[in-house]
Design a protein around this ligand. Structure first.
Ligand code: Q46
Ligand code: ZN
Ligand code: ZN
Length: 308
């Protein structure tokens, strides 16, 4: 049997073996054309949602995983000025390995990697449960948002980019729809505009599936942390992802249709009316960062731990 030909090479009468089959788009692509296709797709997403231009200074939040490292590499390939920020959560083995992968890519790209070490700032994420009743992932999310925004602003970056992919976005969308959480649905968008002390936040991989993102990273020989974060097993988003993946396998294209349909049809209707329902923000009396309380969560933790 003749092996399948790349949808693009075939048209050009050249031949490379097919390495990627994308049933959602009815495409079979060789390595070279997959990389070209994916980069073109992300470049289009960046322009379509007006995420940033070549004038911007971009800070990519890197976790050491395939998505964020792949994104950093891709933005560099597209000619954008992008540095990385790694927040070391102090998780035994996992954090050291993730940090090493982030540093390896920074060296390869010749770009700066900013590092915030939670063991120096506060405490390892696993120890914070002694000081707060919030679960580790909730503390982690708050800590990451705080430092991402603060470091980006202090270092003069204009945009914050994260590696959220299509699977992440559809899992959140599914969850928010199941619970009809209108406020969260109104905020779910590939771009969050800058607002006061908050920098603009963008998700350039929002139309790239987890599988596509992994292949991009592997094909570009970018090393990344393979094991999941030890706390991630408790995340309900994993259940949603598994469920959506089953639907995707039965009906290819389900995820992209669900997400782009939302962006096109529902998001514009929700965005304007609910835009103003956000809680009012003040600046933390201790550190000056935006907060909804008099003293921000991080400073409250620092006070409890006797760090300030
Ligand atoms: S890193 Fe942090 Fe995730 Fe680990 S502790 Fe939870 S939120 S699972 S993206
Ligand atoms: Zn090809
Ligand atoms: Zn504070």
């Amino acid at each position: 049997m003749t092996p399948p030909k790349c949808t693009i090479c075939k048209a050009k009468k050249t031949y490379f073996p097919v390495q990627v089959v994308l049933p959602s788009y009815n495409l079979k692509l060789c390595r070279e054309h997959f990389l070209e296709w994916l980069e073109g797709r992300v470049a289009h997403t960046i322009k379509k949602y007006r995420m940033f231009t070549c004038e911007d200074k971009i800070l990519v939040a890197v976790s050491g995983g395939k998505d964020s490292l792949g994104l950093w590499f891709l933005l560099h390939r597209l000619g954008y000025e992008a540095d990385g920020l790694y927040i070391d959560l102090g998780i035994p083995e996992y954090s050291a390995e993730s940090r090493e992968h982030a540093q390896t890519l920074a060296n390869r790209l010749g770009r700066t990697l900013h590092v915030v070490d939670m063991r120096e700032e506060l405490a390892p994420i696993g120890e914070m449960r002694n000081w707060t009743r919030k679960p580790p992932c909730s503390v982690c999310g708050t800590v990451k948002r705080y430092y991402m925004n603060r470091i980006a602003r202090e270092k003069g970056y204009t945009v914050l980019a994260t590696g959220h992919n299509l699977d992440d976005e559809t899992a959140v969308l599914w969850n928010n729809t199941l619970h009809w959480n209108m406020e969260y649905l109104a905020k779910q968008y590939p771009v969050l505009a800058a607002q006061g002390p908050f920098l603009k936040k963008v998700k350039p991989l929002c139309l790239v599936s987890e599988k596509e993102s992994a292949l991009y990273t592997i094909f570009n020989r970018i090393s990344y942390v393979k094991p999941e974060c030890p706390y991630s097993t408790h995340a309900s988003s994993l259940e949603n992802k598994r469920f959506l993946q089953q639907l995707e396998e039965a009906r290819p294209g389900t995820k992209i249709t669900f997400y782009t349909g939302f962006l096109k049809n529902l998001s514009p209707l929700l965005h304007e009316p609910l835009k103003s329902t956000g809680v009012s923000l003040a600046l933390c009396k201790v550190c000056g960062e935006p907060t909804t309380t008099e003293i921000c969560f991080l400073c409250q933790l620092k006070q409890k731990m006797g760090k300030i």
